[in-house]
Design a protein around this ligand. Sequence first.
Ligand code: C2O
Ligand code: CU
Length: 484
Amino acid sequence: GALAACSSGSGATPALVSPSGPAVAAAENKRKGTGRTRQVPLTAAAATLDLGGGVTARSWAFSGRTPGEEIRLSAGDTLSAELSNRLPDKTPTSIHWHGIALRNDMDGVPPVTQRAVRAGADYTYRFVTDAPGTYFFHPHVGVQLDRGLYAPLIVEDPDEPLSYDDEWVVVLDDWVDGVTGTPDEVLAELRHGMGGMDMDGMGDMSTKFMLMGAESELLGGDAGDVKYPYHLVNGRVSADPAVYRGKPGRRVRLRVVNAGGDTAYRVALGGHKLTITHTDGFPVRHEQVDALLIGMGERYDVLVTLDDGVFPLVALAEGKDATGMALVRTGSGGAPGTTVRPAELNGRILTASQLRAADEVRLPSRKVDRVHRVELTGGMGKYNWAINGEAFDMTDPAAHPLTVEEGQRVRLDFVNTTEMWHPMHLHGHTYQLGGHGPRKDTSIVLPKKKLSVVFDADNPGQWMLHCHNAYHAEAGMMTLVAYR
Ligand code: C2O
Ligand code: CU
């Protein structure tokens, strides 16, 4: 969580790009529902958060906590989530159900799939959850997800094939917003500027400027010594970490979610190997590793067999030389220091393209009907992050869509022309990397590298495709995959 929301969604109301009604409903009806409905109230509001270790932060959260309370249901259940927007300063919001293949009109992307939910208003999201897996949710307005508005969404498999004794959800976040006693004058300035500025007419330029300032502060670039002062594991700082209690010999499923706005993490549990079983909710052929590399918006499920003692579960912020930590306690012993770096962090790490999809979720091979080249363009200097050289414009979201037709096999060829890496996220679908790679919805595209993914266009509507760095996305590294 970091900064104030910027302008998009709060300016003039652009026309709604209407999702294609009957086709959207037809796709929903194909999902096998259980007939059960889970009702969940969700209030987005300012909150004073206790991050542990005497650190409190005034920020925005769902129902007063970060991460917000987990939603857990069974595949095929209907989720009925009632969002109450109680954010301050007339801030509009929405909820996006990250990774879920749901009906397009419930995807939570103003102004594409709905109008933003105005301050003081309520909105009910209602959809059938399709595939089991580890997901999360967050607003899709400005960089609101970087303020603490996120929570895990777990869709259980009624016929779970994995066997394990316990399950822990591990949510990672880079945090700076509203922290007391940190050198945040510059950020306060930025925030103040955004709140006080008349954005009409100059919205784009000023937003880009703010984002550039914010991201370089957070990266500790030229201007700044701010950086993210905290990396949180389940909403807690390393000095007073979250504690997972277990028993030696038990097998635990960890569901790891990176909800950060600007940070990829390398994650390891000291003294343990991790067996990767799922990525982005979908099963893979099991692989044993020492550590995970997880970009913003990605999820990994791993199995671990617990040893006897007290172990650090460490998330090392890539390129930032800082860590977040939780403790795993199965026996006696003192807690490791808050800056411990388990050796596993430098052990065997697989990137997603080295994984293989489990047979039951591998896309059947067939010819590709449509290829889109998705060039990731821009740079930190001008802060002109874009796709195919076109910065996404929220007031004209359908300006440069990538078109597909229902029933097509589509290939996206990501070409990263920039010096930074970008976690690219597709809404409403789970693509496959390479021919046999894992099924995912968010994948890191490394600097100067290419990555090809295929998906079946089986969920009609208008779907975002964007970098999950909140600042890059807001600056324009987004586009629309549009069914024709
Ligand atoms: Cu998690 Cu379009 O985002
Ligand atoms: Cu990016």
